[in-house]
Design a protein around this ligand. Structure first.
Ligand code: AMP
Length: 282
């Protein structure tokens, strides 16, 4: 496994693989890798001849008051995980390799980017779409792997790929959790011991909602209240949003239907965490 920083080096390697007729899977990440990322790499490993993992804390997807500078980074540890999971190439560029000072092109997926996280983080999905477009153009993967943990991101990327005819198949992968239910996230490292306990409220509130749905509740407002009331029992938490939407359009729904997404963002102290589940109502 090799780590490279330059676009040219990625292209050269990809060209060699292509000449041999090999298929390429890509896993875009911001590094500080955990089991969630590893599950994506494992899936890519199974489904492709070669696997590229990109590790790039993308400045354009962070707002001015967000945690770009503080975002955790540990390339050595990431390299070990990638090697163990069977990646072939890590692309770890500097921002100056990816962004040109006088660039004038933006990539925005309208509508889908506007609610949920996009509503709270207005520049986020523009930055995500721009960097993912660039990564696809640099590495030209056959398949690219994204986590369902970032459900809106997955929907936005799928739409971007469809709308712009990117020649790549987007594969969604299930949320990987800690044993106690907290969704794995690089940002969990920000949590103090007390906050780490408090963070369980995200998954607990979603579990309560799931239980109510399994018993037949299909009213979005009721589900919203169940989640809100549960989260509010945790004094360290502050709700950023609770959304009950159609999982394809990401538009709010009044009644749960065939494929509904229940997504939440909650501050635990200063750390913003997200979680979600998709419910299939027959
Ligand atoms: P990030 O490094 O946080 O930008 O995440 C890179 C990719 O890993 C994204 O597609 C995420 O959705 C995915 N990912 C992050 N955490 C998890 C998790 N707990 N389970 C599954 N996928 C995840």
């Amino acid at each position: 496994m090799k780590t490279v920083q330059g676009i040219k080096e990625v292209r050269k390697q990809v060209e060699k693989w292509r000449r041999k007729g090999l298929t390429i899977g890509m896993v875009p990440t911001m590094g500080f890798l955990h089991d969630g990322h590893e599950s994506l790499i494992n899936k890519a490993r199974k489904e492709n001849d070669k696997v590229i993992v990109s590790i790039f804390v993308n400045p354009t997807q962070f707002g001015p008051t967000e945690d770009f500078a503080a975002y955790p980074r540990d390339l050595k540890k990431d390299e070990k995980l990638c090697k163990r999971a069977g990646a072939d190439l890590i692309f770890n560029p500097e921002a100056s390799e990816i962004y040109i000072d006088d660039a004038s092109t933006t990539v925005n997926v309208l509508g889908l980017s506007e609610g949920l996280c996009g509503g709270k983080r207005p520049v986020h999905f523009g930055g995500v779409c721009l960097v993912v477009s660039k990564l696809f153009n640099i590495a030209t993967p056959d398949k690219a792997y994204f986590g369902e943990k970032d459900a809106q991101q997955l929907a936005v990327i799928k739409r971007m790929v469809r709308d712009l005819n990117f020649n790549v198949e987007i594969i969604g992968c299930p949320i990987i959790r800690e044993l106690d239910g907290l969704a794995k996230s690089s940002r969990n490292t920000y949590l103090s011991i007390e906050e780490r306990k408090a963070a369980l409220i995200l998954n607990k509130s979603l579990k309560l909602a799931k239980k109510a749905i399994n018993k037949g509740e299909n009213n979005s407002q009721k589900i919203f209240e169940i989640i809100t009331n549960k989260i509010e029992t945790e004094t360290l938490s502050k709700i950023d949003y609770i959304e009950i939407v159609d999982s394809n359009t990401l538009k709010p729904i009044e009644t749960l239907s065939s494929s509904s997404l229940i997504a939440i963002a909650v501050y635990i102290g200063k750390t913003r965490l997200i979680d979600n589940f998709t419910v299939e109502v027959k």
